[in-house]
Structures are given as C-alpha cells and as structure tokens.
Ligand binder design. Structure first.
Ligand code: SGN
Ligand code: CA
Length: 538
C-alpha cells in the first residue's frame, strides 16, 4: 500500500514539473514596437479622419485596443525609463531629457535575458547610455537622424544609408531571419524614431503627401482664455513657434533671398533670446542626404518654397495658421505612413514564419502629441493629446480579437505585464500593475481607477511649466508649481477638449476637495515627496 502511494506521489510530482517545464518552453515571444511622438489621433484604429494605418490597426483588430492608455511624464527619455524600470520618474531618476539615467538600475530586458530569453533592441533609445540586458542592439545616438543615420552598436558604430524607418525595420527583420536562436523565446524591442520633429519624410512619402489637405482640429485657434498661465506661456503654438525652415521646410537658397522670403523669421524664446535659423537647407536632415536623395527632396522643397513666396505675403493670421498646420500634417503623417508600411513588413514576417502564434505584439508611442489641438505641436502637458498614448496588444489565444478597453492603464504597467506574461518574477519595487487580467478579459480584477502624472522639464524648449496631477475617467486635477502656484480642474466628460478650467467654479467644490485628498495620498503611495518650489533644482 505504501508503495502504491509513493508511486502515485512520484507520478503527480513528475507530471507537475513536466507541465511546468512545458509551460516554460512555451513562454510567449514579445515584440515591443514603439514609435516616438505618435499621436493616437493619427492611427485609424482610434480615428481615421487624418490617416489610414492598416498595418498598425491589424494589431488592434487581432487583439485589444486601449482607449485610455496614458503616460506618467509626457516626454521621450523619461517615458522610456518608466517603461524599462516599471517605476515613476522621481524613483528611477530620469525626470527629463537632460538628467542622467542611472543604469545600475534593473530594467526589464535584463530580467528577460536572465530568464533565458534571447533579447534585441533596434532603433531609438535616447538615454545617453547603451541598453543593458539586450544580446544584440543598434541604437541611434540621442535623437538620431532621419537620413543616412549613424547607429551605436555593441562593438562599433556604423552609418547606414537610407531612410531611418526602413533601416530600423531591416535590422529587425535581419535579426529575425539570421540571428534568432530558435531554441529560445525572444524579446524584440523595435523602436522607431519617426514621427519625431522635424517630421522628415522619405522622398516617396514627401512626394505623396505634400499636396494633401487634412481636417483641422476644433481647437486650432484656441486663445487659452479658459486655461491657465502654463498654457498661455508655452511655446508650442504652430503659428508662433513652429520654425519656417526647420519645421515647415521653406528653404530659401541664399541669405539675400531669406530676407525677402522670410521677413518674420525671428523667433524669441522664453528667455527673450532672439533666434535666427540658419538660411540654408543644411540645417536639417537634408544636410545628410547624398546627391541623389537631395535631387528628389529638392523637387518638393522648391515647390513648398515657391508656394510660400507667392502666397504667404497675402495671407492674414488665420490663413497663415492654416497653411502651417497643413504643412505640419503633410510631413508628420507622411512619416507615419512609412512607419505603418514597415510595421506591416514585420507583421507579415511573423505570420509567414508562424512566429505570430506565440508572439505578443505591442504597439505604443513614448507619449502622445498635439496635432493642432489648442493650436499646438509637441507634448509635455497632462492635457489629453500628450497625456494619452496609443496602446494596442495582440496575443493569439489569450486576447479576444477586436476588443477594446477603457481602463486607465499606463506605460508604468508595461514591465510588470511583460514579466508576468513570460512567467518571470516581478521585482517588489516596481510601481505599476500587470495588465494581464485586462488582456484575459477579467476586468473585475482591475482596481486602479486613477493615475498619477508628473512633468519636470522646465525651463527648457517649449517652456511647458512643471506640474503634477491626478486623472480619473471623469476629472483631471493639476497643480502647476515651481515658478507659479496654479491649480486646474477639467471635467473630462463635459469638456473633452479641455478648454475650461473649472477649479474655481463652486459647482465643483466637492470634486476639488475629494481629488486634492486623493492626490495627496497618491503622492505618498508613489513616494513622490520632493519640494515643489523654485529651490528644487535637479
Ligand atoms: C527636440 C525637439 C523639440 C522636442 C524635444 C524633445 N526640437 O529638442 O521640439 O520637444 O526634442 O523631444 S527639434 O526641432 O530639434 O527636433 S523628445 O521626443 O526627445 O522628448
Ligand atoms: Ca517622444
């Protein structure tokens, strides 16, 4: 009898360890795709009034689209640090684009590598450090270049000729085809530079997009009367702060011509410094182009410059804003069209190779972006278009295809989600929440109903003032501090464009009280307890 029980015990034990082993062997691959500054307004899965993005949409159609995904700090390198560490900026230390990332911290690719995953990263990291935990990488130095870009590698730097979005894709596909270890699951980080400023398209897309016309957002002519000092003093206005040459790509060929073509070229920054862009085409990605590429770009650049010379002097302020908005959209969306085509190539490869079946594919951006809302470009603010970020995830046999999710999920949650999906232990000090219950359709297991935000990069380019706040599905409470002390409250359901600050409206007294208390608690929960005045210089 005793022998019978021992045998049964052994059978159960070996069955358990065997099924655990099988599970481990079947751990899903992860393909993390992130673009730089890709607004959800420019993804047709969210809204198709600006552009069709059929390939990015495939991820949503075959998986889950998050309609309320957001960031903790809407700026490039800090967002990346949050994603990699699973910790808020004030904890991981990378509070703005200038501060250093302390790479002695654990980032999630290191945990994947340690757990037996093959790991790789291609594209834009923007940290000033090389990535840790990736077996193979080629990353752009800093912001990187659109044309014939330089890459930093493990062993040596290299310049690769071509258009950056195509190149990052080639590197990724090349790894899949020739470097992938078929005995290991993989974590691939495929990170686009586009559509970052100055929104420089490929020659083909430039030609395809420069004559298109796009609908304007309702708040293109916002005068910020319903908003606070921070919105009024930000230098993100398309008409006032976008540069004629660098951004709109009006390129007079000589200094003399500049005087007549661009009479209003002066640009005064927040510190009162008058800036004058250099009068030639070389102050741009164009400067890196070879002769053949330049000839193709010249055809369009000359047309834009001619159009500007002829029509600009006759325009009133409103028409000028409209002209600049169209130029902005033509280029921004052209770069996105390349991103979409290239993502299609990678998804096709996954499908054709059968890898798609056990691969989680994520598409996101490091933050959202203004496409003329409030008259703006750029990001930084807690207001919707930069606070929210695109997010869609496909995971065959786990996520029901074509589902949408409205929860307030954050880039802070990514690391924990990926680790849990890969059955890797999550470090205790990560501050997000795994999205796995949402992905599996168990929304009742999701308890967080509000998120914390904190932006620091001020004074700096675009002069968006420092602020922190709490956001739930109904309201957004924000405190602008450092050189001002102003509070704003937006009623998200009744004022989705966020043009009316109702902080001082007596009807919202209770909301203000409740949210102020919740914000206080949240700052304690996330350990964000620094001094919020001018003396706090990072
Ligand atoms: C550059 C851009 C800014 C942008 C920052 C940060 N100017 O300075 O418009 O806000 O990067 O962007 S540029 O004309 O030189 O591109 S981020 O994505 O890296 O945070
Ligand atoms: Ca960015």
């Amino acid at each position: 009898m005793t022998n019978y029980y021992s045998l049964l015990f052994l059978i159960i034990i070996s069955f358990c360890s065997c099924s655990k082993k099988n599970e481990i062997n079947k751990r899903p691959n992860i393909l993390f795709i992130m673009s730089d500054d890709h607004a959800y307004q420019a993804i047709s899965a969210y809204d198709d009034k600006l552009i069709k993005t059929p390939n990015i949409d495939r991820i949503a159609n075959e998986g889950m689209l998050f309609r309320n995904a957001c960031v903790t700090n809407s700026i490039c390198a800090p967002s990346r640090a949050v994603i990699l560490t699973g910790k808020h900026s004030h904890i991981n230390g990378k509070i703005d684009n200038h501060s250093k990332f302390d790479d002695s911290q654990i980032t999630f690719p290191q945990l994947f590598q340690k757990a037996g995953y093959q790991t790789a990263m291609y594209g834009k990291l923007h940290f000033g450090n090389n990535p840790k935990g990736v077996d193979d990488f080629l990353i752009l130095p800093g912001q990187g270049n659109y044309i014939n870009p330089r890459f930093l590698g493990k062993d040596k730097d290299t310049i690769i000729n071509g258009y950056v979005t195509d190149i990052i894709t080639e590197l990724t596909l090349n790894w899949f085809k020739y470097k992938r270890d078929k005995d290991k699951p993989f974590l691939m980080m495929y990170l686009h530079k586009a559509p970052h400023r100055p929104w420089w398209p490929s020659t083909e897309k430039f030609a395809e997009f420069y004559e298109k016309k796009f609908p304007e957002p309702e708040t293109l002519f916002d005068d910020y009367t319903g908003m606070g000092t921070a919105a009024k003093s930000a230098e993100m206005n398309i008409l006032k702060h976008m540069q004629y040459m660098h951004d709109s790509k009006v390129f007079p060929s000589t200094i003399e011509e500049m005087g007549t073509v661009l009479p209003e070229i002066e640009y005064v920054d927040g510190k009162g410094t008058v800036l004058r862009p250099k009068p030639n085409r070389f102050y741009s990605p164009y400067g890196r182009a070879n002769k053949e590429q330049k000839e193709k770009y010249n055809k369009i650049l000359n047309k834009i410059t001619e159009d500007f010379k002829t029509n600009w002097p006759k325009m009133n302020e409103e028409e000028k804003m409209k002209w600049k908005y169209q130029r902005y959209m033509q280029d921004y969306l052209a770069t996105i069209s390349s991103v979409d085509d290239n993502i299609g190539r990678v998804l096709n490869y996954l499908d054709a190779s059968g890898l798609d079946e056990n691969t989680i594919v994520i598409y996101t951006s490091d933050q959202g972006f203004y496409l003329g809302e409030h008259g703006w470009f750029d990001k930084r603010f807690i207001y919707n278009e930069s606070f929210k970020t695109p997010l869609m995830i496909k995971w065959p046999n786990v996520i029901k295809p074509g589902t949408t999710n409205e929860e307030m999920v954050q880039n802070l949650d990514f690391a924990q989600t990926f680790l849990e999906a890969a059955m890797i232990d999550v470090p205790d000090d990560m501050q997000g929440e795994s999205l796995i219950p949402l992905l599996k359709g168990n929304s009742d297991k999701w308890t967080r109903d509000a998120v914390y935000y904190h932006y620091y990069e001020y004074p700096s380019v675009h002069m968006a003032k420092r602020h922190y706040g709490i956001v739930n599905k109904e309201f957004k409470l924000v405190h602008f501090y450092y050189d001002i002390d102003e509070w704003e409250l937006y009623d998200r359901l009744n004022d989705p464009s966020e043009v009316n600050n109702v902080y001082n409206n007596p009807d919202y007294k209770d909301v203000v009280e409740k949210l102020t208390q919740e914000l206080k608690e949240m700052r304690i929960k996330y350990k964000d307890s620094e001094k919020l005045d001018k003396s706090f210089i990072y």
